[in-house]
Design a protein around this ligand. Structure first.
Ligand code: FCB
Length: 483
């Protein structure tokens, strides 16, 4: 474990030396340029162009035009003093059909971006899959059990490992930290269960098949990355582990929490860290999928290949109880709630707000969930940790003088950094914090209405303006922690 430095000043929270102060983004949410330099559609292009799927009919066609403005964006990061930056690589840019050789034009963009980061002293952290599956792999020709492609098809896991190898061969000399998947829970259960994310399918069996193939794809990609990267490279995964809290202590509420922990958390951490799917998870979902046919011999050896670092994306805790009249809420906030559940095998579970102090997403603000999650992960997996996402959307307004004052976001960030410091004080080995997000951007099914950036983007002019929270974060970085 990293030794903690002594407190500098009475009230300053101590973060370890070399702590990574970063921000995070994802390709489809910021890049735009969806048809340039050989990029082909991903499932998110198809989904966002399908009427009724995204609020306001918004798409990522232009997004914040980062593809053309990345030099300006890196300069702004440097001005803030960021030491690290987590971005994602668009699979349909670097391997347009999802199979076969890499596109040099696509790779050139990430070569230029990472060169620019390094020239400004910012360490790149690359995520391979932040939800933009090449549409061609989703098409039926990719061959799933019902003739459907996408993550329910085993083939996709192998395609992902090939893509990981191509990306690592091209960028491994300059990217020291690699994240395989971002929030596979969302890919599987929002994408194939609830249908509120791309590709918008709604079959609980497919969602579970997708989950296993994401686990398999992760493990195969870890192997491919190890083969292509220098020994010093760090390999990680970003999980949105749910901080599950039962509403009360009735046995049926504890049972609800157990089910959500199984299909929200242990469905990933079991195969990734313990080479198993827990019996209770298999029993809860046995009526939805044939696990014996799904999990082949040797799969769990692949899924559990060791990694170096574990990424946590944290926004809010998940409070559950038993219910005879369940409500299904994809993000516990009501968006897209409807007939289809993102929680297979957990039909009799109801979701509750942890408190009424909420962000513009309707997500309760509760930093204790962040320290709890970090400590639990530290105890259970013993790995170095990063917070690979944390942040908040608020209704920002631009003042007549052009400034954007966002004290609510600053307060949110401050409280969450305090929670990180609490976890470090209690022994968790936390190596970095990646604030979501650098820029306002395309917030998936919510479109551009929800602003998470510490840099404001005017969507008509694409002009960037650091919000007051950005200036505050710069000061935190300069001092090595919040006062
Ligand atoms: C996470 C996603 C990220 C962003 C934040 C608000 O689930 O990984 O892309 O949308 O939520």
């Amino acid at each position: 474990m990293t030794a903690l430095p002594p407190d500098i000043g009475s009230a300053r929270r101590a973060f370890p030396p070399g702590f990574a102060w970063g921000t995070a983004t994802a390709a489809y949410q910021i890049e735009g340029a969806v048809a340039e330099d050989g990029r082909t559609p991903s499932i998110w292009d198809t989904f966002s162009h399908t009427p009724g799927k995204v609020d306001g009919g918004d798409t990522g066609d232009i997004a914040v035009d980062h593809y053309h403005r990345f030099r300006e964006d890196v300069r702004m990061m440097a001005d803030l003093g960021l030491t690290s930056y987590r971005f994602s690589i668009a699979w349909p840019r670097v391997q347009p059909t999802g199979r076969g050789p890499a596109s040099e034009r696509g790779l050139d963009f990430y070569r230029a971006l990472t060169d620019e980061l390094l020239a400004h002293g910012i360490t790149p952290v690359a995520t391979l899959y932040h939800w933009d599956l090449p549409q061609e792999l989703e098409n039926p020709s990719n061959g799933g059990p019902a003739g459907d492609g996408g993550w329910p098809a085993r083939e996709t896991a192998y395609r992902f490992a090939d893509y990981a190898a191509l990306a690592a061969e091209a960028l491994g000399d300059r990217v020291p930290t690699w994240i395989t998947l971002n929030e596979p829970w969302c890919s599987a259960f929002l994408g194939y269960g609830a249908g509120v994310h791309a590709p918008g399918r709604t079959d609980p069996g497919d969602a579970l098949r997708a989950a296993h193939h994401l686990n398999l794809g992760h493990g195969l990609a870890v192997g491919a990355l190890r083969a292509a990267l220098p020994a010093s490279a760090q390999v990680s995964v970003s999980l949105n582990l749910h901080v599950v809290r039962p509403l009360g202590d009735r046995p049926q509420d504890l049972e609800a929490a157990r089910r959500i922990d199984a299909v929200g958390n242990r469905i990933w951490t079991g195969p990734m860290f313990r080479a198993r799917y827990d019996e209770d998870l298999l029993e809860d979902t046995a009526h939805l999928v044939d696990w014996d046919a799904l999990v082949h011999d040797g799969d769990l050896t692949e899924t559990s290949r060791p990694i170096d670092l574990l990424g946590l994306n944290y926004y809010n805790p998940t409070v559950v109880s038993a219910s005879a009249d369940p409500e299904h809420r994809p993000r516990e906030d009501g968006h897209g709630s409807g007939a289809h559940s993102p929680w297979p095998g957990a039909d009799a579970v109801a979701f509750h707000r942890a408190n009424d102090d909420v962000t513009a997403m309707g997500w309760p603000i509760d930093p204790t969930g962040l320290s709890d999650a970090l400590l639990t992960m530290h105890r259970e997996f013993g790995l170095p940790l990063i917070i690979s996402e944390n942040g908040a959307a608020f209704q920002d307004t631009v003042a007549p003088d052009g400034t954007v004052h966002d004290p609510e976001r600053t307060a949110y960030l401050r409280r969450h950094l305090d929670a990180v410091a609490d976890a470090i004080d209690a022994g968790a080995d936390v190596r970095g914090y990646f604030l979501w997000s650098l820029l306002d951007n395309f917030e998936w099914a919510y479109g551009y209405d929800k602003r998470f950036g510490i840099i404001h983007v005017d969507y008509d002019t694409l002009v960037r303006t650091p919000k007051s929270s950005a200036h505050w974060y710069a000061e935190v970085i300069r001092r090595g922690g919040p006062d």
